[in-house]
Design a binder for this molecule. Sequence first.
Ligand SMILES: [Fe+2]
Ligand SMILES: [Fe+2]
Length: 365
Amino acid sequence: MGLPKLDLRPAVHVLADSAAKERLLRSALEPAFRVVPVPRQGLDPADIEGRHAVIDVDLQDVKTVMHVKAMMPALRAMSRCVFVVDRHIKKAMIQAHALGATNIMFNPVHDQRLVAMLTAEGEGAEDGSIESLGLVGPAAQAAKTASGGQKALLSLFSAVTAGAPVSPQAVEEAGRAIADNIAETSLTTWLDTVRQHHEGTFQHCLLVTGVAVGFGQRLGLNRNDIQRLATAGMFHDVGKASIPLEILDKPGRLDGDELAIMRSHPVIGYDAIVGTAGVSDEVADVVRHHHEFLDGSGYPDALQGHSISDLCRIMTISDIFAALIENRKYKPPMPREDAYEIIRGMTGKLEAPLVAAFRDVALKA
Ligand SMILES: [Fe+2]
Ligand SMILES: [Fe+2]
C-alpha cells in the first residue's frame, strides 16, 4: 500500500464551450499541466488553484462573453491567460484582450505552442512571438515594432468598442516606434513585414502609418511633423471599431446601405476621440476628414480645397495607397507601381505636387 502519488504539475484552469474543445485542450496540456475545468458557475478568485488559464469559447456569443466577464477578477490574477480565437474574427481578438487575455492563440490549437505560451517568460500575443516566426535582422525588428503597434491598436479599438475613454499615449508611442523603425530600416521592409503577419483593419492602420511616415521623410518634414503623421495614421480609422465585420471584411462591393454604414466611420472615430486629453485637434481632424477630396466629392463634410489640412492631404494619399496594396485573403496584393498609377489618375481630387512627390515613396522607398 503506497501513498497516493503527488501531482507536481502546475494547475491550469480550462474553460471550453464544448466537450470536444475541452478534450483537445486536455490532450495538449496534460503532459505539462494538471487541467482544472472551470465549474459551470464560473471561477471565483477564492477557487484559483494556479496562475494559468486557457479559454476557448465563442466570443461572438453575448451570453458567453458575460459569463467570462463575470470571471474577470479571477482571470486578472493569472500570470498567463490564453484565449483561443479564430484568426479571421478581429472582434474576437479585441474581445479577448478586453476580457483579460495575456496571450492569443489562433485556431487550430498547436500543442507545444500553447504549453510554451503558458510557461514562457516572454509576453505577447501569438503575433508577437518573433522567435517563432524565425525572423532575423531588419525583418525581426520590423515584426517586433509591428507587434507593438498591433497591441496599441487593440487596446485603442477595444476602448472604442466598449465606449470607454481612449488612452492615446500607447498609440503615440507605437507610432514613434514605427517612425524610428522605418528610419532605421526601410519602408519596404515595413510594408512587407506587416502584410505578411497582420490582417484586416490592423494591417491597414499599420500600413497607413508606415506609408505616411515614409511620405513625411520624403517631404523632408521635421521629427515633430513625422510623429504627428504617425499618430494620425494609427488613429485615422479608429471609427471602424464600430463597423460590423461583415461589412469591413466583405470581399465584394458594398451595397448602398453597407456603404452608408462604412462611410460613417470618420464621424464615429472623430466623436470617440475629439476632446480627449493628449489627442490634438489636428489628429482628430484627420480622423474626420481623411476621405475628403479637393474637388468636394469626398465625405463626410464634402470639404473643398483649402479647408482640407496639409496633414489630411498627406494622409489621404497614404490611406488610398495602403488600401490598394493590402494583403487580403480574397485578392493578391496590388503591385506598388499599379497602386501609384491609380493615385496618379485621381486628378482634381488629390494635390498634384504631393502626388508627384509620392512617386518615390510608392516605388522606391
Ligand atoms: Fe478611413
Ligand atoms: Fe484607412
